[in-house]
Design a protein around this ligand. Structure first.
Ligand code: ACO
Length: 330
């Protein structure tokens, strides 16, 4: 039966390191508060006018090289982001232009921290259907240009970093392939983590009053998000394994979205999963949203933490609310 495998991956983070201590020049915070609550020590932020598609291009070129392919071999470019270069058109179009392959289909995925897994599942479905052979999936974010650097925004601003990760999926009839996906969303909780403006539901979309109260910055009910995450992630992890007749013992590596080290530690405790088989890089990069899973997965692969044929479980949770899991035989 036709399926898809990850033929190559890439990731990219900007050079500029912003430590927790650096945050103190803008807001009332401390390394102790940030590290204790989140596990984050530093993150990467772009300098100047750099959009998500530019970071995505670096990751995509690496993924294509690792796959031994050229951009012209692609049938589709998927770009998962909550921080698109422009309101429209989508960053997938801009990335396509950067890769110099006019004519190839493009699609933006707007599912926040679960965006990369929604992207993988979409790519996998196109490939399984026989409609496409090679699909590029990119998760890329530039958060830093959209954060409130004052003390008002400190609960959110300290969490986020910029970066991109990419995977090239290609058709296969072999054993090493994406096994399954499980995707969920609950739009009733959209407002517990959102950017309110500019938006089509407000006319005008952006006013001075909105800017003055910071409606153009992300707002989060952190405790609420935390509570949902620690319930939903173990649930979806158990569910995807059960429906594939697998158990946690079969999983060689767990790659969770990197939103908060405490969330991931709690999830791993609840699952009773060996902590040494879990990938963490939030301490270096913060939460890079749609980019966090592909960056973590690619780093783990580069470090030799996954052997061919082993099972990798990815789990994500984020704004929307959205959550999901993907199982891969590496
Ligand atoms: N530095 C210092 N103090 C701070 C900071 C900061 N950066 N931010 C908040 N505080 C203060 C608050 O003002 C509050 O002070 P008060 O008690 O005087 O009112 C105190 O610290 C405690 O604040 P809480 O918000 O209650 O802190 P909490 O323990 O809930 O931790 C955190 C906050 C880290 C944000 C946590 O709630 C969290 O990680 N939530 C989940 C985040 C997440 O997973 N997001 C989803 C993914 S993102 C996406 O999908 C886009």
């Amino acid at each position: 039966m036709l399926g898809s495998r990850i033929a190559g991956m890439g990731h990219f983070v900007p050079e500029r390191v912003v430590t927790n201590d650096d945050m103190k020049q803008w807001m009332d915070t401390s390394d102790e508060w940030i590290h204790q609550r989140t596990g984050i020590r530093e993150r990467r932020w772009v300098e100047g006018d750099v959009g998500a598609s530019e970071l995505g291009e670096h990751a995509a070129r690496q993924a294509l090289a690792e796959a031994g392919m050229e951009a012209k071999d692609l049938d589709l470019i998927l770009f998962a982001t909550l921080s698109p270069d422009l309101n429209f058109p989508g960053s997938s179009c801009l990335l396509q232009a950067r890769l110099g392959v006019p004519g190839i289909a493009t699609l933006d995925i707007r599912n926040q921290c679960t965006g990369f897994l929604y992207g993988l599942s979409t790519a996998d479905a196109f490939i399984r259907s026989g409609m496409m052979k090679n699909v590029l999936v990119v998760g890329g974010e530039v958060h830093s240009s959209g954060l409130d650097l004052s003390t008002r925004g400190r609960d959110v601003t300290v969490l986020f970093g910029d970066g991109a990760g990419a995977a090239v999926l290609t058709a296969t009839d072999g054993e090493r392939r994406i096994i399954d996906h499980e995707l969920h969303a609950d739009g009733r909780y959209a407002e517990i983590l959102m950017v309110e403006a500019p938006a089509s539901r407000s006319n005008p979309r952006l006013t001075q009053e909105m800017i003055d109260r910071g409606a153009h910055f992300p707002k989060m009910d952190g405790k609420h998000v935390f509570k949902h995450a620690v319930e939903r992630i173990p649930e979806v992890a158990r569910s995807i394994l059960a429906r594939n007749n697998l158990t946690l013992d079969d999983v060689a590596l767990l790659v969770p979205h990197q939103a908060n080290m405490r969330i991931n530690e709690m999830v791993v405790r609840q699952l009773g999963f060996p902590p040494e088989k879990v990938v963490h890089n939030i301490q270096k990069y913060g939460n890079t949203t749609a980019a966090s899973i592909p960056i973590a997965l690619h780093e783990a692969a580069q470090e030799g933490r996954i052997k061919p044929g082993e099972i990798v479980l990815m789990v994500a949770f984020g704004a929307g609310l959205t959550w999901g899991a993907t199982l891969v035989r590496w």
